[in-house]
Structure formats: C-alpha cells, structure tokens
Design a protein around this ligand. Structure first.
Ligand SMILES: C[S@@+](CC[C@H](N)C(=O)[O-])C[C@H]1O[C@@H](n2cnc3c(N)ncnc32)[C@H](O)[C@@H]1O
Length: 185
C-alpha cells in the first residue's frame, strides 16, 4: 500500500481538498488545529473509520460526517484524531507553579469557607486531575472536609472512562525520573 495519502494507489485517496474539509470540521468542533503536515496522520487515523463504515472513499466519509446522519461519527472522528498522551505529574513545572503560587491561596480560601473549583479541561485518562488531587491532599490531608472539587473533562469518551475507573498500573506511577512523592513534599 502506498504511504502517500493523496496517491491514487493508496487504499483510499485523501485529496488535500478533502483533508482541508476534515481539518475545518475538526477545528470547529474541538479547537484542534491540523496543518497540512498532519495529512498522513489524519489519513492513517481516519482510514480505519472509513473501513469500519464499509465506505469506499474519503469523499463518502466527508459527505457523511457533514450530513445530518453524521453526528455520532463526528464524535468518533474527533476521538480518532485526539492525542491522549499523559502521565502523572506530566510537565512538572506546572505542578510546581500550582503548589507554590496557587495552592496556598486556594487552601486558605477553602479553610475560610470558600468554594474551590479546578478544571482539567482535556484530562485524557485522568492522570492530570489525580495529580492535582494528590498535591491538594498532601498540603491539606482533610481536603474532603472542605468545598473543593476538580472537574475533569475530555472529548474522548474512551480515555475518560479510564480516568473515571481510576485504576493505574505500578508502571504508570513510575514513569518519571522523580517519583510522585517528590512532588508532594
Ligand atoms: C495531550 S492530552 C493532555 C492530557 C493532560 N492534560 C496532560 O497534560 O497530561 C490532550 C487531551 O485533550 C483532549 N482534547 C482535545 N481537544 C479537546 C476539546 N475540544 N475538548 C475536550 N478535550 C479535548 C484530548 O482528547 C486529549 O485527551
């Protein structure tokens, strides 16, 4: 099979024009930007969807997702195009900032009866919101007694289900050169 998605010899042809149509729909729906260099990636992620639906071409697929019956597929398309890389305490400088610059104020607000609301907007499989929770619990072990909530959301329902389950392997907790405990000092 040819690796060039625009080539007539690849399984399905994805012309640049169709790619732009898809990119536009995805950006409108998710905010995810798909520049031309993502052409091959979009091809490989969506060819699976074209195949699963028993369609013959990307032209059929694009018309389907843009049509009135395509709403469910639109979400599947967005899911197929998300990149869900995550880790506990990923990008540790964010957590350092959170712990030193934000958390002390949030804790003091919670202790005086305030509402604390934190959002992990693209939470993937949950490691980010649980890392936030770990930081809070380390600084405020009785956090449960206060009005503190973390809202974790993601457009990809599959990774969200993993986050909701909240079960991780030992390897997941050993991803980093520094162990989570060191973030909790
Ligand atoms: C690279 S992951 C990052 C996960 C986590 N925030 C972290 O830093 O470890 C980005 C996540 O954002 C999600 N995402 C992308 N666009 C989204 C949107 N419009 N609404 C909700 N989630 C979105 C993706 O599904 C993906 O799981």
């Amino acid at each position: 099979m040819d690796n060039d998605p625009s080539s007539p010899t690849s399984e399905f042809n994805l012309s640049l024009e169709q790619f732009h149509e898809i990119a536009q729909v995805v950006e409108r729906m998710t905010g995810i930007n798909l520049p031309d260099r993502k052409h091959a990636l979009v091809y490989s992620r969506l060819a699976r969807r074209v195949r699963a639906l028993g369609m013959k071409s990307f032209a059929d697929y694009t018309a389907f997702v843009k049509g009135t019956d395509g709403t469910e597929e639109l979400f599947k398309m967005a899911e197929a195009l998300t990149t869900n890389v995550t880790k506990f305490f990923r990008e540790d400088h964010h957590f350092e900032h959170f712990k030193t610059q934000l958390l002390p104020r949030l804790i003091s607000s919670a202790r005086s009866g305030g509402r604390v609301r934190i959002r992990s907007a693209g939470c993937s499989s949950g490691q980010e919101p649980y890392s936030i929770a770990l930081c809070i619990l380390a600084a405020l072990p009785d956090a449960r007694s206060y009005d503190i909530k973390i809202l974790a959301t993601d457009i990809n329902t599959q990774v969200l289900a993993t986050g909701r389950r909240g079960v991780y392997s030992v390897e997941d907790l050993q991803f980093h050169s520094r162990q989570p405990a060191q973030f909790l000092d």
